[in-house]
Design a protein around this ligand. Structure first.
Ligand code: C2E
Ligand code: CA
Ligand code: CA
Length: 766
């Protein structure tokens, strides 16, 4: 349904309702004093005016553009309007069916009108409220009660009491009066409750109109006393059409809410909050008026005034309590981290300063700084939900592993700190060890099982020390722990700063190196064991540091991994290796190396775009995918879920995957089955250790395993002819090592290709 149609229907429906109501009011006015119109014409508008809101409400109830609670509400409203129409038909029969016009309602009419009101109350009651705290609900209840008591007194004063006084205290009159009163009170209560709380599902304009309509309808009975002497007049003749105008306009508001979304709701979340004060003011006025004219029910009004004052005071006390709680909450928020609920940096600094500033004999104080190693990676690859869950889990584990009374705080990001007050320096180590152990267990975060690695730095001080300095030393120790490769702790010791600063400086220079062309690649041949033919090459990155000369990768790759620089570095290596292989293929055709191996670190694999990077490099240089092998270490492959997905993508692309340094991890053998790999590289420690005789079983076992699961296998680090012979005898076909060739510049590989085969290198050290 489009906007124009809504606009046109709105006109006709509302116009129809208004005309019917105007007719009813005009006829009512024309007959005031004396009857001039036939009774049937005076009652005509009432049942007809019901049809319009019933029709619109059913439209809303059937439209799936609205939420289920909204549709349910309007379905109920259609029933309400229909019952009101039925009631007015009964009412008409009561009025004109007897020998003389009558205002009396038959029990049937009361029952039908009553069920209309009850259905409306039910509809309002079923509306979801959207209130939050128990305090807020209490306040709404108190506000509603205030209005309710005031309304009750007014109804008593103007309606029930005069009715009883004029009709005498007959059982029937009492019953009708009591029933009406209760109904009206319940109506007021529900309306006020809905008006005071949120209304997420019904257009605000519509609810206001219902409130207005219910009030008008419920209290129109007050006016009945003025026409008691004119039996041809009856209030429902006008009140029902008028209330139904409200219903029609309200229903239109609801339909329009879809087209013109309501203005910002939060702006006036509690539109009726002045209601209780108005109620008290009204009762006070009534009380004064009653005193002035010596009314008989002065006592009732006075008691009501007292009750209302009590309710308003109660409400204020609640609001006050809520404000106090809010203040405490604000205070807590200012000193605690919202995610983990741990004390934050501000509170930690405050506590540390207080502990160090304590007088008396000097006492030891230690500070342990905890930093997660791969947190950014988790956040970037698995999303913030997983990151948040990880932080919460880590904070719980830290809190569980310290001594009672130690303060665990979150400094921000993935940095935590523990204040170890009055701790024997010898005891700080075990506490740190407990933390490391607690964090070593895999964490289940947002459905991912994660291995957390944390670096912990401890600085030992004593009361009187400077808090900032103690934290700085803990920071240096933490970086030293990270430098060790993470998942461990270090105590601060003099001289540490220099080493750490060196590593930080290296990071800055490495950035320069990647983008400034200080890196280059060497290639180490991978050969067949029996005849030494060149099968492929492994690309190994080199850094020609402008001041220090060549820096070994063992020194700068860990720095690159810590800083994330390994991602651009790895991309450069990948593209350079592809470029070089393409050049060899162009120059030597079938004699070119069959495959180039590129080392890839876990952090690269965790980047979702890595597969695209690889595909682009291959296509940019025209390298067939099967001539690229990606070498990963097993810990990289298993520590993070997404890495496995990346490997699967790469293999779908046609790229080969090789598991580097195989056998150094305890879990290797069992994991092999599940990892998407094509090749194993037997770690050089097994090749070299087999000289001692006893561990010689490992190469044979790994070979058998590789054959069983159908993987290729390369033996690494072959330095001696004897090692090559032994491997060949076991059944190994392919190997790599100084015995065959050292890593060399591309020109060296050119030479090998031209010669036809690499000559065994000179013995080590020559
Ligand atoms: P890796 O992947 O295990 O590479 C083999 C390392 O063993 C190379 O050291 C190589 O020179 C050395 N090697 C080869 N044959 C022998 C031998 O017979 N005996 C001995 N003792 N060593 C041998 P390199 O070039 O210093 O590389 C060290 C590590 O640095 C590599 O270990 C690899 O993990 C990492 N790396 C090197 N280049 C890259 C790269 O481009 N990206 C990444 N992410 N890591 C790289
Ligand atoms: Ca490698
Ligand atoms: Ca290796």
């Amino acid at each position: 349904m489009n906007f124009a149609m809504v606009g046109r229907k709105l006109d006709r429906a509302v116009l129809g309702s208004v005309l019917l109501a105007a007719y009813a009011v005009a006829v009512f006015a024309a007959n005031f004093g004396d009857q001039r119109t036939p009774l049937a014409l005076m009652w005509l508008a009432t049942p007809i005016s019901v049809l319009i809101p019933v029709w619109i409400a059913l439209q809303i109830a059937r439209s799936d553009a609205f939420a289920p609670p909204t549709r349910r509400f309007w379905r109920h409203l259609a029933v309400v309007a229909a019952l009101a129409g039925l009631g007015s038909v009964c009412n008409t029969v009561d009025a004109i069916g007897g020998p003389a016009p009558s205002q009396e309602l038959s029990p049937l009419t009361v029952a039908v009108y009553g069920s209309a009101v009850l259905t409306l109350l039910w509809a309002l009651w079923r509306l979801p409220m959207g209130t939050t705290s128990a305090d807020e609900r209490l306040r709404i209840g108190l506000d509603a009660s205030t209005v309710l008591v005031a309304a009750a007194v007014f109804m008593w004063h103007f309606q029930t009491e005069p009715l009883l006084a004029s009709n005498g205290y007959r059982i029937a009159t009492l019953a009708v009066a009591g029933f009406t009163l209760v109904l009206e009170l319940v109506a007021v209560f529900v309306i006020v409750k809905v008006a005071l709380s949120g209304h997420a599902f019904v257009a605000r304009g519509a609810l206001r109109l219902f409130a207005l309509g219910m009030f008008a309808g419920a209290f129109s009975g007050v006016a009945q006393r003025f026409i008691l002497d004119q039996p041809h007049l009856s209030l429902p003749q006008v009140s029902v059409p008028l209330v139904l105008v409200c219903a029609t306009v309200g229903a239109r508001r609801q339909q329009r809410a879809l087209v013109e979304p309501e203005a910002h709701r939060a702006a006036s979340r509690r539109p009726f909050s002045v209601l209780p004060y108005l109620a008290v003011a009204a009762i006070d006025v009534l009380l004064l008026a009653s005193i002035a004219d010596g009314s008989s029910d002065l006592a009732v009004t006075a008691v009501a005034a007292v009750v209302l004052t009590g309710l308003v005071v109660w409400r204020q006390v609640t609001a006050f309590r809520e404000n106090t709680a809010l203040m405490q909450r604000l205070d807590f928020n200012a000193t605690h981290d919202a995610l983990t609920q741990l004390p934050n940096r501000a509170l930690f600094n405050q506590r540390l300063t207080a502990v160090l500033g304590r007088g008396g004999a000097p006492r030891p104080v230690s500070v342990a700084l905890v930093d997660l190693d791969d947190f950014k990676l988790v956040n970037d690859t698995l999303g913030h939900r997983a990151g948040d869950a990880l932080l919460v889990a880590v904070s719980a584990r830290l809190a569980a592993s310290v001594r009672p009374g130690d303060l665990v705080a979150r400094l921000g990001g993935d940095e935590f700190v523990v204040l170890l007050d009055a701790i024997d320096p010898a005891e700080a180590g075990p506490v740190a060890q407990r933390m490391v152990a607690a964090l070593a267990e895999p964490v289940l975060a947002d459905g991912h099982e994660l291995l957390v690695r944390a670096s912990i730095g401890i600085a030992d001080g004593r009361t009187g020390d400077d808090p900032g300095e103690l934290l700085r030393l803990a920071d240096i120790a933490m970086y030293a722990a990270k430098h060790d490769g993470g998942s461990g702790y270090r105590r601060y010791e003099p001289g540490m700063a220099g080493a750490v600063a060196g590593s930080a400086a290296l990071g800055a220079q490495l950035r320069q190196a990647i983008f400034g062309g200080e890196l280059f690649l060497e290639y180490q041949p991978i050969v067949t064991l029996d005849d030494g033919r060149l099968r492929g090459v492994e690309a190994l990155v080199r850094w020609n540091h402008p001041a220090r000369g060549p820096v070994p990768p063992a020194e700068f790759i860990p720095v690159a991994e810590r800083t994330g620089l390994v991602v651009p570095l790895g991309e450069w290596v990948l593209r350079e290796a592809c470029r070089q292989l393409a050049a060899w293929i162009a120059e030597f055709g079938p004699r070119a190396p069959g495959v180039v191996h590129v080392n890839v670190s876990a952090r690269q694999l965790a980047v979702a775009a890595f597969t695209d990077t690889v595909a682009t490099a291959l296509s940019d240089f025209g390298v067939p995918p099967h001539r690229l092998t990606v070498e990963i270490t097993e810990s990289a492959a298993v520590s993070l879920g997404p890495a496995v997905a990346r490997l699967e993508e790469l293999r779908r692309l046609g790229v080969r995957v090789s598991l580097d340094d195989f056998g150094t991890d305890q879990s290797s053998l069992t994991l092999l089955r599940d990892l998407p790999v094509d090749e194993l590289k037997l770690d050089r420690s097994f090749v070299q250790r087999d000289e001692s005789g006893r561990r010689g079983i490992m190469p044979a076992a790994v070979l058998a395993l590789a054959r069983a699961v159908g993987l290729d296998i390369v033996a690494e680090g072959v330095e001696l002819q004897s090692q090559a012979d032994r491997l060949a005898a076991m059944g190994y076909r392919t190997a790599q090592g100084y015995h065959f060739a050292r890593p060399m510049a591309p020109a060296g590989i050119d030479g090998l290709i031209i010669e036809g085969a690499p000559a065994p290198a000179a013995p080590l050290g020559a």
